[in-house]
Design a protein around this ligand. Sequence first.
Ligand code: ATP
Ligand code: MG
Length: 199
Amino acid sequence: MTDRDTRHKKSMQKLKSHVDEKVANAQEQRGLMLVFTGNGKGKTTAAWGTVTRALGYGYKVGVIQFIKGLWECGERERLIADDNLEVQVMATGFTWDTQNRESDTKACLEVWKEAERMLADDSVYLVVLDEITYMLKFGYLDIDAVKRAIENRPEEQTVIITGRNAHRELIAIADTVTEMQEVRHGFNNGLQARRGIDY
Ligand code: ATP
Ligand code: MG
């Protein structure tokens, strides 16, 4: 064995014992709370990826789309035929278009009721609250109500929150928080959102 081989073997052994220790320490089994936030692309994509995973094992999944409800969404088109998937969309669609606080709040609270139902249903394995961070930011939803529903959800249920500027109280109660960091986004160089790639 060369020096390099020996060094590699040693560092692999170290890595293995480190990973083994971590695996041994991870004892708890329960549903998680995940937050995908930050300015970079990939938050909603990651949520739908997880939806696909859960459906792949035959679990029931609920998705609530705040804000972009009326937009096209390739993942929804592909997966909706699965009886285990329920998608609820906020009726007004894109809030920057409507600019009507009263009707937006009403639409938001209506779809939030569906979210609360899912968050109380122990047959639902995964609940995705896509773009909910903006509802809190605009004041359409109350942080205490959202926190309460999430904290009181069934033990085995996982919940995913997506959107920029996640409320610090949500970050505080999450198990896993990922911040998508924008290094570059084509949009800022004049590239249009692309069908099947961005939506
Ligand atoms: P995606 O749905 O692609 O995973 P996202 O959920 O992380 O993106 P959103 O802010 O919800 O980000 O994005 C809504 C739309 O804007 C999507 O079409 C997305 O591709 C695009 N987008 C995402 N990040 C940026 C960005 N930094 N600048 C401009 N457009 C973006
Ligand atoms: Mg998104």
